[in-house]
Design a protein around this ligand. Structure first.
Ligand code: GDP
Length: 489
């Protein structure tokens, strides 16, 4: 009975908070916008560019309230939650614009509050508070753990790690696992070593782009401020099919820590952060998945389905009432579109649309409006027609970051190169089938060099505008229009 009772208290507490939030929102309209995506998807760059554009008067022709001049002012204010780190906006802008380097990526949750003074379409002056919450998408993949026991999770994780191609990456961990006795005495050193080798295995899977959706616990790869805590020091064990953990055993110790992980890490995140979001943007580095071929695309599809599942937590289950998000708009955005010629942007959108189609069909009962866009929060390239032999080809010009190499060329960070982005196929289905696969960019100067994965430096800005430079982007304004345009009418 005890857990049910505690869940009832929890629910009462949450209802009270929901009413409080509602009251506050009534007098002070607020949108809590979640920004997520797997590691390196582009969250930090997206948020930095969005705030910079809104506060400095960026070029946003498709963001109607901005383009029509109804937004009088947007400014930063102290954030509402004292226990959440602040998004390091000022530092990130300096790094991007002054140093022309990409800022440090998201490794933990952070938050920032933007206050927008605007005029309604009927002329009345109003204020909208936009709370932006940045968090690693890996954390969302933990939701299914909430209704799994340690034994179940252990069994599933082990079975998966014994399948090819993962088995190769799990060799060291498996070798160590074979020396452990689940029913033997609990042992901190054994737990530490097993957790370390298990984490190495997860990391190797991620590096080789195997299905992220099947790789919880998310904090093992993105620990935030919990690195090295006992709640993160556990791993699967080879367990008997039935029976219970003997008291004082390694099994009991691992199971206790697994439960702690759910209670002190997973639940609080969903309850205190996720369940309070109103709008969500999920950023996706779809281009690098296309470049890796159809398996990576299918993995991405599975990971996005896992993420979208969080938004449709079954309305009937008990967990649902605790964590049910109130999100009413979700935007999937393919980032880094500046690596492609503009003629391919619609195709990039089409492929992302296809990637999330199945998950979206399942998520229809969320009642949330879902859209897809291909964008570049900060455009690092320009387009030009460049001669190649007798032809003139549509090309992308950008400055590879210092230390980047392609073939035998090593770049110093000051040289602009022209690349010819491959055309994305018109038929999104072809990419999934592995036909007509996108084979990326080829170099203007050395045909054999592979420029596909070059990281370009952020753009050089001309410091000509009165309010300081604004950052070039692709379709960031379309994203804004979908995410908050309706709240500024
Ligand atoms: P996070 O892990 O989701 O916070 O990812 P970041 O925002 O740190 O982005 C990861 C990397 O992707 C950056 O360091 C850049 O190299 C690249 N990147 C992100 N956004 C863009 C973009 O709009 N254009 C280009 N060219 N690169 C980008």
């Amino acid at each position: 009975m005890a857990p049910v009772f505690s869940e009832m208290i929890e629910e009462a507490r949450l209802s009270a908070r929901a009413i409080r939030d509602y009251g506050e929102h009534f007098f002070n309209p607020t949108v809590r916008l979640g920004v997520t995506g797997l590691s390196r998807a582009g969250k930090t760059v997206f948020i930095t560019a969005l705030i910079h554009g809104l506060t400095r008067g960026g070029r946003f022709p498709v963001f109607e309230p901005f383009a029509s001049g109804r937004i009088a002012r947007a400014r930063l204010e102290p954030q509402p939650d004292d226990a959440v780190p602040r998004f390091d906006y000022e530092n990130h802008v300096r790094t991007l614009i002054e140093a022309r380097r990409w800022p440090n990526s998201t490794i933990d949750i952070s938050e920032l509050r933007l206050v927008i003074d605007y005029q309604r379409q009927n002329g009345a002056d109003r204020r909208l508070t936009l709370d932006i919450v940045d968090y690693p998408g890996e954390w969302l993949l933990d939701l299914p753990l909430l209704h799994k026991s340690y034994e179940q999770w252990s069994k599933e994780s082990l079975a998966l790690s014994r399948e090819r191609p993962r088995a190769r990456l799990a060799e060291q961990w498996h070798a160590y696992l074979a020396t452990l006795s689940a029913e033997g005495e609990e042992d901190e050193q054994a737990a530490l070593t097993a957790a370390r080798l298990f984490t190495d295995y997860l990391r190797a899977c991620r590096a080789e782009r195997f299905a992220m959706s099947l790789l919880p616990p998310g904090r093992f790869l993105m620990p935030g401020n919990l690195a090295h805590s006992p709640a993160l020091t556990f791993a699967p064990l080879d367990l008997p099919d039935d029976g219970a953990a003997p008291e004082g055993s390694l099994w009991a110790m691992m199971a206790r820590r697994y439960e702690a992980y759910k209670n002190v890490v997973v639940r609080p995140f969903f309850r205190d952060h996720f369940a309070r979001l109103d709008r969500q943007v999920v950023l996706v580095d779809a281009l690098s998945a296309f470049n890796s071929g159809p398996e990576a695309l299918h993995d991405l599809e599975a990971a996005l389905a896992g993420i979208l599942d969080c938004f449709r937590i079954g309305r009937s289950t008990f967990i649902s009432s605790l964590f049910r998000p109130r999100i009413d708009r979700i935007l999937f955005a393919a980032t880094k579109a500046d690596h492609l010629h503009h003629s391919s942007h619609d195709r990039l959108e089409a492929v992302l649309r296809r990637t999330v189609a199945n998950a979206v069909a399942r998520a229809e009962d969320t009642g949330a409006l879902i859209d897809v866009v291909a964008l570049s929060a900060v455009r690092a390239t320009r387009e030009a027609m460049v001669a190649r032999g007798r032809d003139k080809l549509p090309s992308i010009l950008g400055t590879p970051a210092p230390g980047e190499t392609a073939g035998r060329e090593a770049f110093d960070g000051n040289t602009e190169v022209a690349t010819f982005p491959g055309d994305l196929p018109a038929d999104a289905e072809a990419l999934f089938a592995g036909e007509g696969a996108f084979r990326g960019l080829s170099s203007a100067s050395a045909e054999k060099s592979d420029y596909r994965f070059l990281r370009f430096r952020p753009p050089q800005l001309e410091n000509a505008e009165p309010d300081g430079p604004t950052l070039p982007h692709i379709r960031l304004d379309r994203a804004l229009q979908f995410l908050i345009g309706d709240r500024l009418q």
